[in-house]
Design a protein around this ligand. Structure first.
Ligand code: GAR
Length: 223
């Protein structure tokens, strides 16, 4: 296990940055052996930038509108990350589809978090999709990014119940609490060199699981 080395990471954001905040907090509490080298936002007034600045982290706005192609936009991100010696790219509420330009520069080194139990409810508004569909459980997924949309190898998932009275907002809040736990954990697995990927299946060396864990929603009454 690599104990003292801090993994240099680059974070991509577009919005509120609560996942970024959780990563920062876990680093500051000594639970996550990473160092944020730069936070890049494609949205100039993303609140995530303010969070980063409060912690004296380098930030940069790269507006996707300023580039003619997705590839050119990604090439600029790669240039910045490489010049900051970033080794792992962390997409934290980054609302752009990335291209092979970024993926080839960081093979199996781009992570994303998605607010659903993939492969259900890919794409935008995953929490609304879950409420509208009427599923009894939803959750969140940390995965490596591949060339598809929300389709890469899954590292960790967390499950939350969907309640009858849930709205998109209440479900999002329940899911977000779990996002803030599983994302730092997934990054820490990577830091510790415990993740391997084989035929899109991720293995976590010495990862613990309760194999008898079953959950029901609504609860069963005597069955
Ligand atoms: C999070 O719920 C994240 O899972 C989602 O955006 C939110 C960002 O919140 N990402 C996606 O939907 C990506 N397809 P945050 O800015 O507060 O971390």
């Amino acid at each position: 296990m690599i104990m003292n080395r801090k993994l240099p990471i680059g974070v991509l954001v577009s919005g509120s940055g609560s996942n970024l905040q959780s990563i920062i907090d876990h680093i500051e509490r000594g639970l996550l052996g990473a160092e944020i080298k730069v936070v890049i936002s494609n949205v100039p007034d993303a609140y995530a930038l303010e969070r980063a600045r409060k912690h004296h982290l380098p930030t940069l706005v790269i507006r996707h509108e300023d580039f003619e192609t997705r590839e050119a936009f990604d090439a600029e991100i790669v240039r910045v990350f490489k010049s900051a010696d970033v080794e792992l790219v962390v997409m934290a509420g980054f609302m752009r589809i990335i291209t092979p330009v970024l993926l080839d520069a960081y093979p199996y080194r781009v992570m994303n978090i998605h607010p659903a139990l993939l492969p259900s409810f890919r794409g935008m508004n995953a929490q609304r999709q879950a409420v509208d569909y009427g599923v009894r459980f939803s959750g969140c997924t940390v995965h490596f990014v591949d060339q598809g949309v929300d389709s890469g190898p899954i590292i960790i998932q967390a499950v939350v119940p969907v309640l009858d009275e849930d709205t998109e907002e209440t479900l999002s809040a329940r899911i977000l609490k779990e996002e803030h736990r599983i994302y730092p954990q997934a990054i820490q697995f990577f830091v510790e060199g415990r993740i391997s990927v084989n035929n899109r299946r991720v293995r976590i060396r010495d990862g613990k699981c309760d194999e008898f864990l079953t959950v029901h929603n609504p609860a069963l009454s005597g069955f």
